[in-house]
Design a protein around this ligand. Structure first.
Ligand SMILES: [Zn+2]
Length: 160
């Protein structure tokens, strides 16, 4: 039947002598308790099960490292995706902020222009009003001059 496995650590041994030595050396407590019975303690079926388990463990061990690699790759991919997503999200956020700022600036400029226009038109109104007032004042003065001249002329004629 060939190789035998240690029932504790599943290590493979070509002969029962080697397994015996292994039990004695590595599993001294169990060997002291059970002695040579350990060697006869598992029948053919048990031995096959142990071999199967051993193979499975080794196979799983091999798969584990592949799994770990795959998981690491997946992790890196996920991380990349997250970073890209986050960056893209940030970029969108930044773009939105810039857009908002631009719009706010436009609105502000618009408001300033409107205010300036308003001020200008008010100023225009005021200028026009003051011009009108000046004209009225001028008219008043010239009227007054005429009146005085008339009066002077009248008085002079009265004296003469
Ligand atoms: Zn062992």
């Amino acid at each position: 039947m060939g190789s035998q496995n240690c029932i504790f650590c599943l290590k493979v041994f070509q002969t029962s002598d080697f397994l015996h030595a292994h039990y004695k050396k590595r599993h001294a407590e169990a060997y002291a308790r059970e002695g040579g019975a350990l060697l006869g303690s598992h029948n053919q079926l048990q031995q096959e099960n142990i071999s199967l388990l051993s193979n499975l463990l080794h196979a799983n061990h091999g798969q584990d490292s592949a799994d770990i690699e795959e998981q690491q790759e997946e992790f890196v991919m996920k991380l990349k995706e997250e970073v890209v997503d986050k960056f893209a999200g940030d970029l969108q956020h930044i773009q939105a902020e810039i857009e908002q700022m631009r719009r706010a600036t436009f609105e502000e400029e618009d408001m300033i222009i409107k205010t300036l226009d308003n001020v200008r038109s008010k100023e225009d109104d005021r200028i026009q009003e003051s011009r009108k007032a000046v004209k009225q004042f001028e008219q008043l003065i010239s009227q007054l001059k005429r009146d005085i001249a008339q009066e002077v002329a009248h008085n002079r004629s009265a004296i003469v």
